[in-house]
Design a protein around this ligand. Structure first.
Ligand code: GLA
Length: 389
């Protein structure tokens, strides 16, 4: 499968294409993909994350239709789907996400209307940039807006998570849907995944965000994800025997975890150690971003990558090679793998005036080491979902 990044489209061009496909004027919505700066696999452990939206979007164009059917087509996939809002259930193919989102919105009390939808995306599929969250949030926003009733953006987040859990079978956390919904231009967002309190973290002028796509996605990603989540739960259950008020790894300190090492299997201990140390790294990184302390960010990103490689075991050869390639490139400030793991992308902070040299040096070194072509995009931190008027 090619993971080539699709070219950005202009909203006007998308509107024109969608109007032609749907046979009349459309309302147009979009939601961005994301890159996580630090805080990996901490979301479902009710800890901290620091994602930012990227300026690659999934667009959902919609027209109301009489009755209770959703009909949808896409510029990227040949399959079209017709769903009844009265009988939503998991289906095969990309329409599953829309079925899940519609079901999630209705389960929260929104009364949805029939619609014709057309979807097109610039967020590469399977590259760890949350193409599925961008699809869920863009289509969820379209359906909620077309219903005409007031709704809370959190309804979209919950509906997207419902699509992942109950329809796609991934027990993912809240990060991807949250950032695709609430992102602000120029900022990352520090989210407390326990109470959903969040704080904007301005990206300092001294760094640019650069995403490097390894071009690989290993098949085990989905099953390994759910496995990691289970291993963390096993850890929590054992630690709770001693201190019942522990609700998640968020409530555990490193000293406490170390004190109980002998009660945990080596694997469960290492999984827990990644989460506990990663939560601390998010807090430290927020401070370092506020201070513009790139030396500290360098150390935190490197420690995060090592922890994912050695303790959480979600990196892979290509990700390690990409991190090494970037580290040696001009302008590099900090870098690590990002997202669920087993392929996909790394995220880098790069000196803005050296982005072009960084790009070519990293691509060349990665190609030499891996035999693969890297796809490298510099992206501003973008804004979250919106209707385009
Ligand atoms: C995927 C999931 C998120 C999060 C990341 C890892 O993107 O959808 O909820 O767990 O992996 O940080």
């Amino acid at each position: 499968m090619s993971l080539a990044l699709p070219q950005p489209q202009t909203p006007a061009a998308v509107r024109e294409m969608a109007s032609a496909r749907l046979g009349g004027p459309v309302r147009l919505f979009r939601a961005p993909g994301r890159v996580n700066l630090i805080g990996e696999h901490t979301d479902y452990n009710l800890g901290f994350v620091l994602p930012a939206a990227i300026d690659r979007y999934t667009y959902a164009a919609a027209r109301p239709r009489a009755g209770r059917e959703l009909r949808m087509s896409s510029a990227q996939f040949p399959e079209t789907f017709t769903l009844s809002l009265d009988r939503l259930q998991p289906i095969r193919g990309w329409g599953n996400y829309l079925a899940g989102v519609a079901d999630g919105l209705q389960a929260q009390g929104l009364s949805l209307q029939g619609a014709d939808l057309f979807v097109t995306s610039e967020v590469p599929h399977g590259a760890g940039l949350s193409s599925s969250a961008a699809l869920e949030i863009s289509t969820g926003l379209a359906l909620a807006a077309l219903s005409g009733a007031p709704f809370d953006p959190l309804h979209l987040v919950r509906a997207g998570q419902h699509a992942e859990h109950a329809f796609a079978g991934t027990q993912s956390g809240v990060m991807d849907q949250f950032i695709s919904t609430f992102a602000r231009a120029g900022h990352a967002l520090r989210l407390d995944c326990r109470n959903l309190e969040w704080e904007l973290v301005a990206l300092p002028a001294g760094c640019a965000l650069v995403v490097c796509n390894t071009g690989v996605k290993h098949e085990l990603a989905g099953s390994e994800y759910n496995q990691r989540r289970k291993e963390c739960e096993i850890g929590v259950d054992l630690l709770r025997r001693d201190r019942p008020e522990i609700a998640s790894l968020r409530d555990v300190t490193l000293a406490e975890l170390n004190a109980h090492q002998s009660e945990l299997t080596p694997v469960v201990f290492r999984r827990c150690r990644h989460i506990v140390t990663e939560n601390q790294r998010v807090q430290d990184a927020v401070r370092a971003f506020h201070e513009g302390n790139f030396a500290r960010l360098h150390r935190l990103f490197a420690a995060s990558h090592a922890s994912m490689r050695d303790d959480y075991e979600i990196s892979c050869r290509e990700l390690d090679l990409m991190v090494a390639a970037a580290e040696a490139a001009p302008g590099f400030l900090a870098g690590r793998m990002t997202g669920g793991g087993f392929g996909g992308c790394t995220v880098n902070l790069v000196r803005p005036n050296l982005v072009d040299s960084f790009r070519s040096a990293t691509a060349q070194a990665y190609a030499q080491a891996s035999g693969l072509e890297a796809e490298i995009i510099a992206t501003p931190a973008a804004a979250g979902c919106e209707e385009l008027r």
